[in-house]
Design a protein around this ligand. Structure first.
Ligand code: URP
Ligand code: ZN
Ligand code: ZN
Length: 468
């Protein structure tokens, strides 16, 4: 007897959409085909009129993160429950932000201790060296072996002790390349940003929108250009996190034409919000880094996604209380904690704004919300795929379900959403993780503590050529 059959839906892959059924047993997909040939199951899920997609893979979340003098509001349990409800079954978070000790390996262990036993979906970690982790270069090999094969380095936030010197950055990058690891960079030019912020403050320009003017497209594009250059010189792979600028799309287009193993990720909010939100009375809420940009940047990012130049959409979840943290520092833009809640809306917003508005195909939607991140980060085809043998991480999306996002409707404890008031069509109605139904019709119905740490190893292909 099988555990579950999902029948009648349209199965979506990056390169095909097929009318077929899925058989699930012992946490795995065991067959793809016609349910008439599957035998009996304990439970049948009717997916007629719906899309059946691999569970979302969000490679960029910050759950319960200490940052800019505060800590984000979400916790591992409710944060991962919200992700499941929103159609994401794998998340990759970061170890090292806010860590004040020399050993980065220590940060990885500590972050695992925080999350293990609390998460409801599977998760992985990226390591984040900072000015505190003075042993990082020597620890690369051990950290990669521990299942954390990618490092995110901040090129900005030097004063907060996050950005490290270029010499150390290059040394870590070389070590990563030697150990089959990958460099992820937060690409903003710190010197330009510091100068611009200092000047704005001197001139009394303290309103939220000055965040945008001081962190212009040039601040980000210069750093992307430099990172691509270093990656080429080192012959090493590179993944640009949270890319927001049109210039970045153009730079990646050129680099990838040369066959370079370079990948860019954009974030839900850069696709649907612009800098104009910072002019609103509650504009202090809309600060993240890089900042929200202009319509032209948004259009370039959508085109990049459709064309295959931009590979992944993450959420960059980093949520701070609107009332007690963001509003409290609203009198000066440089004091406002950077980051947004909303990881549970990444999949539905991409479906609604991307697929239903015909900016990307449903196949590209699956690629950028799930499969590509799984391929880049060494999780494929266990995650990000609907094949026999893959984990039964499966999401059923009802393309007709329509709902307006409201604060208070989500499991996640935010007192504010950047997407509040947005009408979204196409919601996950069932989420399975490893063959267990975790969410149904917007409610978490699964067991707690269902998730596990995912030790990862990157594929040689992903490190040597642009595989997605
Ligand atoms: O504003 C942002 N992006 N906050 C989260 C930290 C980061 O840089 O990813
Ligand atoms: Zn960042
Ligand atoms: Zn981030």
């Amino acid at each position: 007897m099988l555990d579950i059959i999902i029948e009648g839906g349209k199965l979506v892959y990056p390169d095909a959409t097929i009318d077929a059924d899925l058989a699930v047993n012992n946490g795995k997909i065991v067959a793809v085909g016609s349910s008439s040939s599957f035998g009996k199951a304990e439970q049948t899920i009717d997916a007629s009129g719906k899309y059946v997609v691999p569970g979302g893979v969000d490679p960029h979340v910050h759950i319960y993160v200490p940052f800019m003098g505060t800590r984000s509001m979400d916790e591992w349990e409710n944060g991962t429950m919200a992700l499941a409800v929103g159609g994401t079954t794998t998340a990759i978070d970061f170890a090292g932000i806010g860590w004040k000790h020399p050993s980065l390996l220590g940060a990885v262990k500590a972050r695992r201790q925080e999350a293990d036993g609390k998460v409801v979906i599977d998760y992985g970690l990226h390591a984040v060296p900072s000015q505190h982790t003075t042993k990082a270069v020597d620890e690369v090999s051990e950290i990669v072996k521990s299942g954390v094969p990618d490092f995110k380095i901040f090129m900005v936030y030097r004063a907060d002790k996050l950005a490290i010197e270029d010499g150390e950055l290059v040394a870590i990058w070389r070590e990563l390349a030697r150990n089959d690891g990958m460099m992820l960079l937060h690409t903003e030019n710190d010197a330009m940003a510091v100068y611009n912020v200092g000047r704005a403050l001197k001139e009394g320009k303290r309103k939220p929108v000055n965040h945008y003017y001081t962190k212009s497209n040039l601040v980000e594009a210069e750093a992307i250009n430099r990172a691509l250059f270093i990656s080429e010189q080192l012959n090493a792979a590179f993944y640009d996190v949270h890319m927001s600028v049109r210039e970045g799309v153009a730079l990646f287009r050129e680099a990838r034409k040369k066959g370079r193993p370079v990948y860019s990720e954009t974030i839900t909010h850069y696709l649907v919000l612009t800098k104009d939100t910072m002019e609103r009375p509650d504009g202090y809420n809309f600060l993240c880094s890089p900042p929200l940009r202009e319509k032209e940047d948004q259009e370039a990012l959508w085109r990049g996604l459709a064309e295959g130049v931009v590979s992944v959409v993450g959420s960059d979840q980093a949520a701070y209380s609107s009332k007690s943290k963001k509003r409290a520092s609203a009198e000066s833009f440089d004091k406002i904690p950077n980051g947004f809640p909303g990881m549970e809306f990444r999949v539905p917003i991409l479906f609604s704004e991307g697929v239903l508005k015909r900016r990307i195909s449903v196949n590209r939607f699956v690629a950028v919300t799930s499969t590509n991140a799984a391929k880049i980060f060494g999780l494929y085809p266990k995650k990000g795929a609907l094949f026999a043998g893959s984990d039964a991480d499966i999401v059923v999306i009802d393309p007709k379900a329509e709902k307006t996002i409201r604060v208070g409707d989500s499991l996640y404890h935010s007192d504010w959403y950047p997407y509040a008031g947005m009408k979204v069509k196409g919601w996950p109605v069932v989420t399975l993780s490893k063959g267990v139904v975790l969410a149904k019709d917007g409610k978490f119905v699964g067991p707690k503590r269902h998730g596990k740490f995912l030790p990862r190893r990157l594929s040689k292909e992903a490190l040597t050529r642009p595989i997605v």
